[in-house]
Design a protein around this ligand. Structure first.
Ligand SMILES: Nc1ncnc2c1ncn2[C@@H]1O[C@H](COP(=O)(O)OP(=O)(O)OP(=O)(O)O)[C@@H](O)[C@H]1O
Ligand SMILES: [Mg+2]
Length: 355
């Protein structure tokens, strides 16, 4: 409503401007105050009337999608409304003895000209509206990008540092219970905690490093995955059979980072929840089509139909990451029989010669 009032007021001012143009053309510099005021009043009235008539009729037509989609329809509408409204405003003026419209024909001809001027002014407003809308959309896109980036960093933090902090807090709880009764065991635990804190620090540094996925570029995709599996084997005594097949250069960098993070979280979950003795990681990169990955354990499994509680980000994060690269993520688990995660991601087509 405020915007419409502003448009009506602006149109009144434009009307005064156009009326002055007529005044200078027809009369030269105004000889009396009355002439000056008449032109001013007429310009203002015509401008306000035209804008009001246009806004009211546009409100009616804009309910029809075809009207909003077709610029020619909007121009035709603006021309008709403005010409007719100006003519109706000019008619009573033709009857005045000192009228600047000597006849109705002149008023009609002037109305035709005013219609064209109104269409040009309308187009200028339309252009400004489009510009405003574009700026608004750009701003919204920027906000979305910031939000997306925040979520991404949250996932990175979850998948790296928060895993170590979880282990540290578990050990601290145990330490609180035993430090008086079993001082020798407590000493061993403190040494372990020190190692874990150092590990968390290393992970934090690694995470900052990996936010730009340099590690994968430097080590190569398969070698980075292999290092991850080996680390879990040595740190947690989990036996991992891993097999990576195909040409790793066919996997784009974003997908490489996504799969690295998915494997990392899946292995963490195995260590944390599965009580498994064995795990198997298979990754196949075909020449074309879909990359396939499978992470399997022989642990206790869980009920996948149970809703995930708030504060659990791992599985949801994995799925989100895979969806971001247009892939499919599925998890299959039978209580007592282990868990299998299956991932399929389309390989990006080879880039052809540019023309
Ligand atoms: N390999 C697995 N074996 C057994 N249970 C699993 C396995 N993976 C996940 N789960 C179950 O699914 C739940 C959700 O896992 P998710 O990774 O989303 O959260 P979390 O590991 O509990 O916490 P977070 O990953 O946020 O630190 C786990 O609490 C666990 O019960
Ligand atoms: Mg988890």
């Amino acid at each position: 409503m405020r915007k419409q009032l502003r448009t009506i007021l602006n149109s009144g001012l434009i009307g005064i401007g156009i009326a002055f143009m007529f005044m200078l053309t027809i009369e030269g510099f105004p000889s009396s105050l009355i002439t000056f005021l008449t032109y001013t009043g007429f310009g203002l009235t015509a401008g306000v009337l035209i804008a009001t008539a246009f806004i009211v009729t546009r409100g009616f037509f804009s309910r029809f999608p075809v009207y909003n989609a077709c610029l020619m329809l909007r121009i035709g509408h603006a021309y008709l409304v403005c010409t007719v409204t100006f003519f109706l405003a000019a008619l009573p003026v033709t009857a005045l003895p000192w009228s600047f419209f000597p006849s109705r024909l002149v008023a009609f001809q002037t109305s035709l000209g005013v219609g064209i001027i109104s269409v040009l002014i309308g187009l200028a407003f339309e252009y400004l509206d489009i510009k405003d809308e574009r700026l608004r959309l750009e701003q919204k896109n920027k906000e979305l990008a910031v939000l997306e980036e925040r979520n991404r960093i949250a996932r990175e933090l979850h998948d790296s540092v928060s895993q170590s902090l979880f282990g540290i807090s578990l050990n601290l709880k145990t330490l609180g219970l035993i430090h008086e009764t079993q001082p020798e065991r407590a000493k061993v635990l403190i040494a372990q905690l020190k190692e874990m804190v150092e590990e968390a620090q290393r992970e934090m540094r690694l995470m900052i490093y990996e936010l730009q996925p340099v590690i994968l570029q430097e080590k190569g995709f398969f070698e980075a995955l292999e290092t991850l599996c080996t680390r879990f084997q040595t740190c947690y005594g989990l036996e991992i059979i891993f097999r990576f097949q195909g040409d790793e250069t066919k996997v784009d960098q974003q997908t490489q980072l996504v799969l690295y993070r998915v494997l990392q979280e899946a292995l963490h979950n195995i260590v944390k929840h599965a009580q498994a003795t064995k795990a198997q990681v298979i990754l196949t990169v075909p020449d074309t089509g879909m990359l396939r990955a499978k992470i399997e354990d022989n642990g206790v499994g869980f009920d996948v139909s149970k809703p995930i509680s708030t504060g659990q980000f791992g599985l949801a994060g994995m799925e989100k990451r895979i969806t971001e690269v247009n892939g499919a993520f599925s998890i299959n688990s039978v209580p007592g029989k282990g868990t299998t995660i299956t991932v399929r991601v389309p390989l990006s087509p080879p880039s052809g010669p540019s023309c």
